[in-house]
Design a protein around this ligand. Structure first.
Ligand SMILES: [Zn+2]
Length: 402
């Protein structure tokens, strides 16, 4: 089927089926691309041709917010990996300068090569990070990548973001101190230019020796007042229990750092239980499988423990079979403090705006729900109380002015 140049996705659907286009217009149906990611019906059809599907959903709601409108929304993000967010063009430049071979030599080719689509598991998903990390082994590269990350986050409407990475994965090229100072410098530069506030989270790695996690917590604690806000544990979850790294969490907490922990993504609710009760996590990274343990779910609601949820990433790692089956909306309705996050903009092929769009079009979140989710993220920030209050009231008044 051919449409006129400049035609929108909705126009293309109308050429095929006027009734279907009407359903899209009324928000009863939504359009996805060939791999099932929702697209904005107002977007233009690419000139090279594209595959679209129309999904008719049972939820009937008021007209939906466009991606353009959602991009202007003030937003905050708490769970995103620096090494999953590189600009492809920057990767190519860094690789050329450092004499490193990448799987493609154009920005688009590289974005395609690193986009996970459907990994078989969390473990396979993580292999994409080996490629990005290969060009991040100098202080200058880390500084630049962190700086560009802040610019991109600000352009996506983020007023506050906590970005994470593991300094352990930059050894032996850099010392832990250098590997922490370099992104902090890039962040400071980005913050000054954009006004977006940024916190840095350091991640221990589950598959590495617990002694390394402790070493990292010790190194990071020295930068607590310089921008490092929290300690996290990442990496393959199943078979690598968080409790093995409890000493690192304890050290971080005793030295004034906040703690979060990836859990309930590659493994079940017992992993979340360990993160909360044996490692003292104040937030949970993902927590997707929380609902499998109703008592733990009730506890998380009661204690208002925030979940850093990532819809598209969970689809890519097979934590959920489809976006429509994601428990995000159910948890929100049950009173869990849920937040929306990208996990990795490059590897998951999304922006935070896209993730809000997915929540709206696939899970049926209303405008009020989306605003609640934005405020949940602000209220769950690892910021000193007075700064958090300022962030919440700024974002709240911006939301009210929309
Ligand atoms: Zn993550």
């Amino acid at each position: 089927m051919t449409v006129a140049p400049g035609a929108s996705v909705r126009d293309a659907v109308a050429v095929l089926d006027r009734e279907l286009a009407d359903l899209v217009g009324r928000g009863v149906a939504y359009v996805t691309d060939g791999v099932g990611r929702p697209v904005d019906a107002g977007e233009r059809v690419g000139e090279g041709g594209a595959i679209f599907r129309v999904v008719v959903s049972a939820r009937q709601g008021p007209p939906r917010l466009t991606k353009q409108a959602l991009r202007r929304w003030p937003k905050a993000e708490l769970h995103v990996h620096l090494d999953g967010c590189l600009r492809p063009a920057t990767m190519l430049e860094l690789a050329r300068a450092q004499g490193i071979r990448l799987p493609a030599d154009t920005p688009d080719g590289l974005a395609q090569a690193l986009y996970v689509k459907h990994a078989k598991s969390l473990e396979e998903y993580l292999t994409k990070y080996e490629v990005t990390l290969s060009v991040m082994q100098t202080a200058a590269a880390l500084e630049r990548i962190a700086y560009e990350f802040v610019l991109d986050a600000a352009a996506d409407g983020l007023r506050y973001v906590e970005v994470r990475y593991s300094p352990l994965l930059h050894r032996p090229a850099l010392t832990l101190a250098r590997a922490i100072e370099a992104p902090l410098a890039g962040i400071k530069r980005g913050e000054a230019e954009t006004g977006t506030k940024v916190g840095l989270i350091v991640c221990g790695i589950r598959t590495r020796a617990p002694a390394e996690s402790l070493e990292l917590a010790r190194a990071a604690a020295g930068y607590r007042t310089a921008g490092v806000v929290a300690f996290d544990l990442a990496g393959a979850e199943r078979g690598f229990p968080a409790r093995d790294h409890a000493a690192a969490f304890a050290y971080a907490a005793q030295h004034g750092m906040a703690c979060t922990c990836h859990a309930g993504e590659g493994d079940g609710p017992d992993s979340i239980h360990q993160a909360l009760h044996q490692c003292g996590a104040q937030r949970i990274g993902h927590g997707t499988r929380l609902g499998e343990d109703p008592a733990l779910l009730a506890y998380v609601i009661e204690r208002k423990i925030p979940l850093e949820m990532c819809l598209t990433s969970n689809l890519h790692t097979h934590t959920v079979a489809s976006l429509a089956e994601h428990p995000f909306k159910r948890y929100l309705d049950q009173g869990v403090v849920v937040t929306l996050n990208t996990d990795g903009r490059l590897v998951d092929g999304i922006s935070l705006t896209d993730e809000y769009f997915v929540a709206q079009s696939v899970l049926g979140l209303t405008k009020a729900d989306l605003a609640r989710v934005v405020l949940n993220a602000c209220e769950s920030a690892f910021l000193p109380e007075f700064e958090k209050v300022a962030l919440v009231s700024r974002v709240q008044s911006e939301l009210e002015a929309l």
